[in-house]
Design a protein around this ligand. Structure first.
Ligand code: ADP
Ligand code: MG
Length: 471
């Protein structure tokens, strides 16, 4: 028997755990990426908005400065213009060409002194930059020339207080973290459910397998509703159970048969011995009793021999000693052995085989197989009948047919004749001392040689047993 190693039952759990982990990681990863992208887009939007607002401010200031001299009233106008639309505080400052403050939003000097913004590059395009004010607040600021022409050497500084925006973003982030936490929990839960669901059919199979013992070999896995992959596993498993059940049943029937077959000769022997011991016997009487016992011993020995042979033949490591034989010569040897009993039965034995056929077989086994077939044919053919042993090459194999003109085998018996202890006519067979193992042995021998044996029969007309052996 080949060793079959099964992993412990936690395998199913580990598949479920793995599936859960994969599902959770994938689902959560997607949510994480999506959320991150959304947040990034949102921040980007805000930044663009600020940038536009700052540029607008600069633009408005330029227009104002071109029209009149910078003063607080002009600034007020700018602030007013935006205050109506903005929640952010806007700071504006105009510097002279020498870098002195001309005018600025009140209070700007405290939070955003000139120098803080001086670091901001004064470029042709008004790129907004983030700067930190004295009190720690963050501003987005722009420094720009007041006009294109060189006379307008004034500098405009515009800054927006980002506190509100940052508070909003912080609140938004907090909400996103919450959503992510919920998403993680939900995907882990859903992943677990999905994995459990996927693995359940496997658990079903495991459960059935665990329930099965030698007495519950008839249990089968219910295939209804199983997914295709698992269904094929279930089918394979059920087929294996079919085979197991079949061999188990045959084995237990076989043991029962053996016990039954042993009982008859042993109880015969005991009976005879008991009777013999009831009183003193003459030497001749003892001799007669022993001779009768010898028959039973022989029957027992034959039974044990046959059983041992079958047991050995079934062992997968059994080797046979093949040798090259001339087929016709071997058949003649066997037929010679059965000639006597055939004559006694009034049955003609003939060989019809070419003398040029050779085959590689184990000589003893081959003779035993052919002998069993001939013995059967002779035994089941009435006086005046004939038994022919025909041999022919059939492609890569050789067919040896034992054809008789005897009583034949009933169709309902035919499928069973190769079973151990099977005898078509129980009463007659056991009286004749036949064990019903002859054909079982022939089949074993055929299989040991990689061949097969078949039987065809017509009741009342005769039987043909065919042994097919590869050359
Ligand atoms: N040539 C045959 N003609 C008729 N019946 C046969 C023949 N060969 C076998 N059988 C049937 O098959 C049964 C099984 O044969 P076998 O295994 O040789 O057992 P046994 O010869 O010990 O009865 C026999 O009991 C007999 O009923
Ligand atoms: Mg026989």
């Amino acid at each position: 028997m080949g060793a079959i190693t099964l992993r412990p039952s936690h395998l199913s759990w580990s598949i479920a755990a793995r599936l859960t982990a994969w599902y959770t990681a994938t689902a959560f990863g997607l949510v994480l990426v999506a959320t991150g992208l959304l947040y990034w887009a949102f921040v980007q939007n805000l930044r663009d908005e600020d940038q536009r607002l700052l540029a607008d401010n600069v633009q408005v200031l330029r227009t104002l400065l071109r029209e009149r001299a910078p003063n607080a009233a002009a600034l007020k106008e700018v602030e007013w213009e935006w205050a109506a639309r903005q929640y952010e505080q806007v700071y504006v400052r105009v510097l002279t060409d020498r870098g002195e403050t001309l005018v600025e939003t009140p209070g700007m000097a405290i939070v955003l002194p000139r120098e803080t913004l001086a670091a901001v590059q004064r470029g042709p395009t008004e790129r907004a930059v983030e700067v930190r004010g004295i009190d720690g607040r963050t501003f987005r600021a722009v420094t720009a020339a007041a006009g294109e022409e060189s006379s307008a050497r004034q500098t405009i500084q515009v800054a927006i207080d980002l506190t509100h925006e940052q508070d909003m973003l912080a609140a938004y982030r907090a909400r996103l973290w919450l959503i992510l936490a919920v998403a993680l929990a939900v995907s882990a839960f859903v992943g677990h459910r999905i994995a459990r669901r996927g693995v359940r059919p496997l658990e079903q199979i495991t459960c059935t397998a665990r329930r099965i013992s030698s007495t519950t070999l008839d249990a089968r896995i219910d295939r209804t509703g199983l997914p295709a992959e698992v269904a094929s596993l279930a089918i394979t498993f059920n087929e294996m159970l079919d085979r197991l059940q079949d061999s188990f049943e045959r084995l237990s029937r076989f043991s029962a048969d053996i016990a039954h077959e042993l009982r008859t000769p042993v109880s015969n022997l005991r009976g005879e011995t008991e009777v013999a011991l009831t009183r003193a016997r003459s030497l001749d009487e003892y001799r007669e009793i022993l001779a009768s016992s010898l028959e039973e011993y022989e029957r027992l020995a034959r039974l044990i021999d046959s059983l041992l042979f079958l047991a050995r033949a079934e062992h997968p490591e059994t080797r046979i000693a093949r040798e090259r034989l001339n087929l016709r010569r071997e058949l003649e040897t066997v037929v010679e052995f059965y000639e006597g009993s055939a004559t006694e039965h009034g049955v003609a034995l003939t060989i019809d085989a070419s003398p040029h056929l050779d085959l590689d077989v184990d000589r003893t086994l081959f003779q035993r197989a052919v002998g069993n077939l001939i013995a059967n044919a002779v035994a089941h053919t009435p006086r005046g009948g004939s038994v022919t042993i025909r041999a022919s090459a059939d492609g890569p194999s050789i067919r040896i047919e034992v054809v008789d003109t005897g009583q034949g085998v009933a169709a309902e018996d035919l499928p069973h004749v190769f079973d151990r202890f099977y005898r078509a006519d129980k009463s007659r067979a056991s009286a004749s001392g036949n064990l019903g193992l002859g054909l079982a042995i022939v089949r074993s021998i055929a299989q040991l040689h990689g061949g097969r044996v078949e039987m065809a029969s017509q009741i009342g007309h005769g039987t043909r047993a065919t042994l097919v052996l590869p050359t």
